[in-house]
Design a protein around this ligand. Structure first.
Ligand code: NI
Length: 235
């Protein structure tokens, strides 16, 4: 999933100010590698991080597949081997997501047919969530928990487009971690949106598939109007 839209000028100034302060406190972290995370589109500084930051020195940035590529429009294969090949894929997914300034990425977005997604995404309470989910299954919510939130959504596979989409503001996903251990991840707000969006990808759906004909057309028009700011796989 793509991050929020670009912050406005004032927000950007605040981000820069905070970044400067952070660099003074931790001069050894003032390199561009770390700066990239702080340049994210989070509405405010995360108050804490849940999950473990990946070692981004290991992965290779891969180009992103875009709407129309068959790998995005069919369900991905379940992962059965939790070895070096999966771990290398996860490394590539994290660095590819960061290179494209995304907050979530599914394996088929770098052309790999495997049920895996990664995320580094803030929720609406300022908590930053970082992790990987293998073979995710979205839990059905009881009706009393199905409160819809209508907010802008974007996708790295539909570069440059943002369209409002209503989704439940709470999500529970069950699956496995990189070693195959059972895990459950729960999210609210923007992170709930991300969990649902990425699970959709692995089931062969883009958020475009949840839009009205008119909104879908609008998203594709937005995409056509801009050059992607990251490398994509031509269709
Ligand atoms: Ni997406």
């Amino acid at each position: 999933m793509a991050g929020h839209g670009m912050p406005d000028q004032q927000e950007q100034a605040q981000v820069d100010e905070r970044q400067g302060a952070a660099e003074q406190d931790h001069p050894e972290h003032g390199d561009h590698e770390h700066g990239r995370h702080e340049h994210g589109d989070e509405p405010r500084q995360p108050v804490r991080t849940v999950g473990e930051e990946p070692d981004t020195s290991r992965g290779t940035v891969r180009p992103i597949t875009v709407v129309g590529n068959p790998v995005l429009h069919r369900a991905c294969k379940p992962v059965t081997e939790f070895g070096a090949e999966l771990h290398a894929l996860i490394d590539d997914m994290f660095v590819s997501m960061y290179a494209a300034d995304g907050v979530g990425l599914a394996a088929n977005q770098i052309g790999v047919d495997a049920r895996v997604f990664v995320y580094d995404c803030p929720d609406d309470d300022g908590v930053r969530h970082v992790g990987v989910m293998v073979n995710p299954v979205l839990e059905d919510l009881p009706p009393e928990r199905r409160t819809l939130d209508e907010s802008p959504e974007g996708c790295l596979s539909v570069p440059g487009a943002y369209v409002d989409l209503a989704r439940p503001d709470h999500a529970v996903v069950r699956g496995q971690d990189r070693e195959g251990r059972e895990i459950t991840v729960e999210g609210t707000g923007f992170f709930a949106r991300c969990l649902q969006h990425e699970t959709d990808h692995l089931n062969g759906y883009l958020y475009l598939d949840r839009l009205s004909k008119r909104d879908r057309k609008d998203a594709l028009r937005q995409m056509a109007e801009k050059e992607p700011s990251y490398e994509v796989v031509p269709n």
